[in-house]
Design a protein. Sequence first.
Length: 134
Amino acid sequence: MPGMRRYRVLEPRKTPYAKPIAFIRGETVAVGREFKDNPAWPGWVWCEAKQRRCWVPVQIIAKKGKNLGVLTEDYTATELIVAAGDIIEAERELNGWVWGKRPGGGCSGWVPLDILETADSPSAGAGLTPENSA
């Protein structure tokens, strides 16, 4: 996709969540506290609905009263498992995280921006093969 920003992963990261939570556009959620454990990740709030709970970007929640909100778009908390040297094509940057995927396709997911560096140079990804880029 033209204009898509590319990043190189600096350190490996595995997701601590085996089954990522998903919410759909229009779904009402209970909105809780703001995430404050990492100053590099502002703008995430704890949301719950129908026994599902996870951190959600505040930008996609339309507040409805003090503790309720409605999702303005679909959201999934899927995080990519990445290794140092992986290239990620970012579809979106939000609150210290990148939503993207590896070149050539595959699943999409969130990766924290603080373990990435820009890889937009013409040589970015040189030497990657299908075996080590998936």
